[in-house]
Design a protein around this ligand. Structure first.
Ligand code: MRU
Length: 350
């Protein structure tokens, strides 16, 4: 049994639903939602109820298995089953374009069905669930390994600046960018964590501040535009972030504002570390230029987290959800297979 109800996504006991922590309701409420259909899973990922690159991969993998079971009960033939399964995988994949873990996990689950197309449909649906569980299990061990490696880069008492949320909520356990801080808390290694809010969706304020303080780390929340001063004042010894897609040359897409933190870190001579599973490294992208950046609605900037609008109603907004940090600003990329330093020659090293 791998399930832990603190995991942001798990499979329901009856295998009819994905059970997910609704991250849009944190930190006020820790509430689980039940997602039974492809449309419900799509909406939950689109609205960031389920979010964070590895977490959306695990959620979509379980979701595709659940949908596969439903399809198996109404399909006309095996051909029809596989066609409808593929259409569901493509639909779920279209939900968020930047995080490669979404397409990676969906491809893994669909390919497991495709590879076993000669078996009975009921055996294929079992294989879908097995593959999703495998992805979940691997993420648990991957994040633990990343966290252990990350801990070797810093020392107790250091000031660590975080951006967005790359904790257990964004994965399954420990997380990637927050992994060393959460594992450190368990081992009595304490840090001064400077958590930036991460406008406009406030993953830092709502999720990272909640996770790190619950774990017992010392947390100070800052607005995004305060990190330069904090760095200048010597409060920050290292910056830790997760990422959504790494190109072959080490350019890295992560939550909007990450590249600004990296530029500041370079200016002040502070190491900037990126943490991710190797499944986030996309060898089909030559550089960051090839990474598609998701754009989101303007109400996220103007009104979503405010009790009244903070901008003129009709003002035009630009709301890219991610940016690309050039490889030359990254001190190292920490994965479960080791710590990679520039030049990031992943093709030959992985
Ligand atoms: O839009 P989000 O909240 O899904 O963005 C999340 C991030 O940018 C994380 O840093 C990234 O997915 C890595 S999570 C381990």
């Amino acid at each position: 049994m791998i399930y832990n109800t603190d995991d942001p996504v798990i499979l329901s006991e009856d295998k009819r639903a994905v059970i997910a922590v609704d991250q849009t309701r944190l930190p006020a409420e820790f509430v689980h939602i039940r997602l039974e259909t492809a449309e419900e899973i799509f909406e939950a990922v689109k609205r960031l109820r389920v979010r964070g690159a590895p977490c959306i991969g695990i959620g979509a993998a379980y979701g595709l298995a659940v949908c596969g079971l439903n399809i198996s009960e109404s399909c006309k033939s095996k051909e029809d089953f596989l066609n409808r399964l593929k259409a569901t995988a493509d639909y779920l994949c279209s939900c968020r374009p930047t995080a490669v873990n979404l397409s990676w996990a969906l491809n893994r689950v669909y390919s497991a069905a495709e590879k076993n197309r000669l078996l009975e449909i009921s055996q294929i649906t079992d294989i879908l669930f097995d593959e999703a569980v495998k992805i979940h299990r691997e993420d648990i061990s991957t994040c633990k390994k990343i966290s252990e490696l990350g801990l070797t880069l810093v020392k107790s008492g250091d000031g660590i600046l975080t951006h967005c949320n790359a904790g257990a909520l964004a994965t399954s356990r420990y997380g990637t960018g927050l992994g060393p801080l959460l594992l450190g808390a368990e081992q009595g290694v304490k840090f001064h964590c400077y958590v930036d809010e991460t406008r406009p969706l406030l993953q830092g304020a709502r999720l990272t501040a909640w996770e790190l303080s619950k774990a017992g780390q010392d947390v100070t929340l800052i607005c995004d535009n305060m990190s330069s001063l904090c760095m200048k004042q010597g409060k920050i010894n290292a910056c830790f972030t997760g990422c959504d897609r790494v190109a072959r040359n080490g350019d890295t897409a992560n939550k909007i504002g990450t590249s600004a933190v990296a530029i500041l870190a370079k200016h002040y001579g502070i190491p900037f570390y990126v943490f991710c599973p190797t499944s986030t490294i996309d060898l089909s992208c030559k550089s960051g230029e090839d990474i598609i950046i998701e754009e989101r609605e303007s109400d996220e900037i103007k009104s979503l987290f405010f009790s009244r609008p903070v901008a003129p109603e009709n003002i035009k907004c630009y709301n890219p959800a991610f940016d690309v940090t050039p490889a030359e600003l990254i001190t190292a990329i920490v994965t479960e297979k080791g710590i990679f330093y520039p030049p990031y020659d992943f093709e030959n090293k992985l």
